[in-house]
Design a protein around this ligand. Structure first.
Ligand SMILES: [Zn+2]
Length: 285
């Protein structure tokens, strides 16, 4: 089977790679800062498609909530994209195109495939970056909900985030305490590099990170109780940082709950998961 051009559109970066049918990254096309608007994003995707020698299939894992045609329905972190399409118009009719939520893609990538057991198992993923997303494969099937917006775990309310205002306008969301954007704002930083946070003096950094870890552990425990998953996975740039250990040490594994693990595909989770949509629909439909 030919490789798929996979694009990971996040809040701070746009990455593209050619991914083979066995989760093998055949070539990395490139990474750029996320364009300021959808037209620039569409041009960047068209450039990546040309650079990849015009592959027949394009799979996009997107941080914003999009419809099946690639139009951005909602993106509180980048409202300039809302109502615009990120699919290059020149590619319409030339590629087999799929788009899904980036955290849902990360859930697909974290879920083992190929055995009757794994087709019945459940995987829950938290993707922690500029914002916080979630995804779940339940009984071998990706949970999408009515409109593809299921598992918006960044906006569930947690005690540790009490009183904090979220980008969505509500108060007390997980994302208001533990997303990269919230941490940078609370720490007075504008730089998007998550590791800058860990270079700050402990007296400044630790109270903010402790609250973020508490909030994440509370949200993980809620999801573990709701889904009783076989694996609970954390991904995303901030999720794979030292914040992972702070969160994991607060998570209690009572009742046989599995402890959280780092995403097995690391920073490539969304790229690889985006290409698995067709695999899942074929194997498990
Ligand atoms: Zn919110």
């Amino acid at each position: 089977m030919s490789a798929v051009l996979a694009v990971d559109l996040g809040g701070t970066g746009l990455r593209a790679a050619l991914v083979g049918p066995n989760d093998d990254i055949r070539s990395r096309i490139g990474t750029i800062p996320t364009p300021s608007g959808a037209p620039g994003c569409a041009r960047a995707i068209a450039d990546a498609w040309e650079a990849a020698a015009r592959p027949a299939r394009l799979a996009i894992a997107a941080a914003p909530h999009c419809d099946a045609a690639g139009r951005v329905i909602r993106w509180p972190n980048r409202p300039a994209y809302e109502g615009e399409t990120i699919l290059p118009p020149d590619l319409v009719g030339q590629v087999d195109f799929r788009i899904l939520d980036d955290a849902a893609a990360a859930a697909l990538a974290a879920h083992p495939v190929g055995t009757p057991d794994t087709a019945r198992e459940t995987t829950v993923v938290f993707a922690i970056g500029t914002g916080i997303g979630g995804g779940a494969v339940v009984g071998g099937r990706l949970l999408t909900g009515r409109s593809g917006a299921a598992m918006a775990v960044g906006h569930i309310k947690v005690p540790a985030a009490s009183g904090l205002v979220c980008a969505c306008g509500e108060i007390g969301c997980l994302q208001a305490a533990a997303s990269g954007r919230a941490l940078h704002r609370m720490l007075g930083q504008s730089d998007a590099d998550v590791f800058d946070i860990f270079a700050l003096p402990a007296s400044i950094r630790d109270p903010v990170l402790d609250r973020a870890a508490d909030a994440l552990a509370e949200a993980l425990a809620t999801l573990a109780r709701l889904f009783d998953p076989h694996r609970l996975v954390i991904g995303g740039g901030l999720g794979l940082s030292p914040l992972f250990d702070l969160c994991a040490e607060r998570f209690t594994t009572g009742g046989g709950r599995p402890p959280p693990i780092r995403h097995p595909h690391g920073a490539d989770a969304a790229l690889i998961g985006a290409t698995r949509v067709s695999v899942f629909s074929r194997v498990l439909a």
